[in-house]
Design a protein around this ligand. Structure first.
Ligand code: AAL
Length: 425
C-alpha cells in the first residue's frame, strides 16, 4: 500500500477491525448486529465486521474495482488482411490459430485450414462423408501457417503439417495446433483425427512435430502425446486444444475434453481442462492428479501471469466468461468476469516459454469466428483482438470500462420465435 494511503486509512481500519465479529456472518439475520456500516470510501483492506458474501468476495479479487484489476479487460476486434476465403462459399476455412510467436522480427501463426470441394455437411451426418466431403469445419484439414510484420496483414506461407498416409494418426484430419519453443527448437502440438469428426464423437489424440526453424521442415515426433483417460474417466476419448507453456522449469500442457456427452446426451455435455506435465516436449507427459483443473471454458488459453498462471475461460460451464488465476497453475480462482471474449483466443505472449516467475500478460492475439458464412456455406475466419491484460501496458479509457454499448441490431440478431413455447416443468 502507498504510504499516504496507509496514513489516511489507518484510523478507519483501526475502528473497523476493532468492532469485528467474524462468526456473525453465519448467524440468522435477526441476531446479526450492525456493528459498522460499510463506508462510502472504499477500504483498502477487508474490514473485520459482518458483511454479505458478495461484499466479502470483493476483497478477494486482484483489485476491488475492475479499473484497477490487471486481469480485467474489454476486447476490441480488427479484421485481418491477406487471407482469401473464396468469396465465403464455405470451401475455405481458417480457425483455431496458434499463439503467434515472434522470430527475427516476424510473427508466425499456425492454424487449421480446410480447403475442400464442398462445405461441411455436419457432425450428425459424419457417416455420409467421403474423402472429399467433410463432416465438421475441422474435418479434412491441414495445418498451415502465415507470417506478419504487424499482426494485422498476414502472408500465408503454405502447409506446415500435412495429413499423413492412412492409417497413421491424423490421416483424416490434422487440426487445432499450438506451439512451444524449447531449447531453440519449435514443437507443434495438434489434434490428429483418424475418423471423420462426429462419427462417434469428436474423438482424437494429440500428435507432435518439431523443427529447427519456424518455417520447418517439420519432423513427426509422436502420437497420443497426451494420454487418454481409462474407460470411464472424463477424458477417455478426447484430448483437444493442446496448449503448452513453460512453468516451474517444466512443460505444462493444458488440454480440453468434452465429456458426459456422447453418444446420446449431447445437451448434457460438460467440459473439463486437464493439465499434463513433462520435462521434455516429446514427453512423457504425466497427468496432474487433480485433473480436470478447470471445469468451464472451451478452447484453452493459459498464460504465465505474475508468479502463477492465468486462464481465459470462455463459452462453456458455470464460470464461463471469466479470467481465472492459480499461483500453482492448478487451483484456479475467478479473478474477473468478461464480455465479448475472443473465441479460441491465441494471445501473443513474449514470455510463454521463458519459465518466467513474473508473467507479464498480453495486449493482443488472434481468435476465430466460426459463423462467418451464410447458411450452407459454413466456414470460419480468423481475426485479431486487442486488450489490456498486460502488466506493461495501461489503456483504461479503452479497455477498463465496465460497459460496452452494442447497437440494438446485435441484440435483435438473437431473435426468438414467440410461438416457441418451451416445456413446462
Ligand atoms: C475447436 C476446438 C477443437 C475441437 C474443434 C476443433 O474450437 O475446441 O478443435 O475439436 O473445435
Amino acid at each position: 500500500m502507498k504510504p499516504f494511503r496507509f496514513i489516511l486509512y489507518m484510523p478507519i481500519a483501526l475502528f473497523l477491525f476493532s468492532c469485528g465479529d467474524s462468526e456473525s456472518k453465519s448467524r440468522p439475520v435477526s441476531e446479526v448486529k450492525a456493528d459498522a456500516i460499510f463506508p462510502h470510501k472504499m477500504p483498502d483492506r477487508k474490514p473485520d465486521f459482518p458483511m454479505s458474501a458478495a461484499t466479502e468476495r470483493m476483497f478477494d479479487y486482484p483489485a476491488k474495482g475492475i479499473h484497477d484489476n490487471e486481469l480485467f479487460s474489454q476486447f476490441k476486434y480488427t479484421q485481418l488482411k491477406g487471407f482469401d476465403y473464396n468469396n465465403g462459399d464455405g470451401t475455405i476455412s481458417r480457425r483455431d490459430p496458434s499463439r503467434p510467436i515472434k522470430v527475427n522480427g516476424k510473427y508466425y501463426s499456425y492454424y487449421t485450414k480446410r480447403h475442400t470441394a464442398v462445405p461441411p455437411i455436419g457432425a450428425k451426418n459424419a457417416s455420409m462423408t467421403t474423402d472429399e466431403i467433410p463432416s465438421t469445419d475441422w474435418d479434412l484439414c491441414e495445418i498451415w501457417y502465415a507470417t506478419s510484420e504487424d499482426g494485422i496483414t498476414w502472408e500465408e506461407q503454405g502447409v506446415a503439417i500435412a495429413r499423413p498416409k492412412k492409417p497413421q494418426s491424423g490421416w483424416r484430419s490434422v487440426a487445432t495446433p499450438d506451439i512451444l519453443i524449447w531449447e531453440g527448437k519449435y514443437y507443434l502440438y495438434y489434434q490428429a483425427f483418424s475418423e471423420p469428426s462426429g462419427l462417434r464423437g469428436d474423438w482424437c489424440p494429440v500428435s507432435v512435430s518439431y523443427a529447427d526453424s519456424p518455417d520447418g521442415p517439420w519432423k513427426h515426433g509422436g502420437d497420443v502425446v497426451i494420454p487418454f483417460g481409462k474407460k470411464g474417466e472424463w477424458d477417455q476419448d478426447a484430448t483437444h486444444d493442446p496448449h503448452p507453456i513453460v512453468f516451474n522449469d517444466k512443460i505444462y500442457m493444458y488440454y480440453k475434453a468434452a465429456f458426459n456427452k456422447w453418444p446420446d446426451i449431447r445437451d448434457q455435455y460438460a467440459v473439463g481442462h486437464g493439465l499434463v506435465i513433462a520435462d521434455h516436449p516429446l514427453g512423457p507427459f504425466e497427468k496432474h492428479p487433480l485433473n480436470p483443473v478447470m471445469t468451464s471454458g472451451h478452447e484453452t488459453t493459459y498464460f504465465p501471469f505474475r508468479e502463477g498462471v492465468a486462464a481465459l475461460v470462455i463459452r462453456d460451464g458455470n464460470e464461463r466468461e471469466t479470467i481465472q488465476y492459480a499461483e500453482d497453475g492448478v487451483n484456479f480462482e475467478i479473478a474477473s468476469s468478461l464480455s465479448l471474449t475472443p473465441i479460441a483466443a491465441a494471445p501473443y505472449l513474449a514470455d510463454a516459454f521463458t519459465n518466467t516467475d513474473n508473467g507479464k500478460g498480453f495486449t493482443w492475439g488472434l481468435c476465430h469466428f466460426i459463423n462467418a458464412g451464410a447458411a450452407g456455406k459454413q466456414h470460419s475466419i480468423m481475426a485479431r483482438f486487442d486488450c489490456d491484460l498486460s502488466l506493461e501496458y495501461d489503456n483504461p479509457k479503452v479497455f477498463k470500462k465496465s460497459t460496452v454499448w452494442h447497437k440494438p441490431e446485435v441484440y435483435f440478431q438473437q431473435d426468438f420465435d414467440q410461438k416457441e413455447n418451451g416445456t413446462k416443468k
